[in-house]
Design a protein around this ligand. Structure first.
Ligand code: 5GP
Length: 114
């Protein structure tokens, strides 16, 4: 698989504003934030899209949600609430083909989907 932008951030070849890291996950601020808090939760292993997830990744995805919760607490938005989003392929407007979860919050978000 060709190296993605996010692999280069994980490998510290590109800078990012990192807010959380553990053995399996890196979280950093989105370069083009859509909300006052916009953090990308990214697994360190390369998985292109949600369509490429297998049952062996179930624990990792759970850990991504727990990492998002941790970041939401750190950012002071947990109580008011936030949104977690995975975009997949063209109709989902996925731009970077290394799965990532968007954590969005810090203001009243609109709607629940497109
Ligand atoms: P997608 O549309 O694939 O779900 O989201 C990709 C996200 O990555 C976008 O929100 C975009 O702003 C963000 N992004 C793209 N390039 C960079 C970058 O170089 N650094 C950071 N921190 N975010 C990026």
């Amino acid at each position: 698989m060709s190296e993605t932008l996010f692999s280069r951030i994980i490998n510290r070849e590109l800078p990012a504003d990192i807010v959380y890291e553990d053995d399996e996950i890196l979280a950093f601020r989105d370069i083009n934030p859509q909300a006052p808090v916009h953090v990308l939760i990214v697994p360190k292993i390369e998985i292109a899209t949600v369509n490429d997830l297998e049952s062996e990744h179930a624990e990792l995805i759970g850990k991504m949600v727990l990492a998002a919760k941790q970041v939401a607490i750190q950012e002071g938005i947990a109580q008011d609430g936030y949104r977690l989003v995975f975009n997949c392929n063209k109709h989902g407007c996925q731009l970077v083909f290394h799965i990532h979860m968007h954590l969005l919050g810090g203001k009243q978000l609109r709607g629940s989907a497109a």
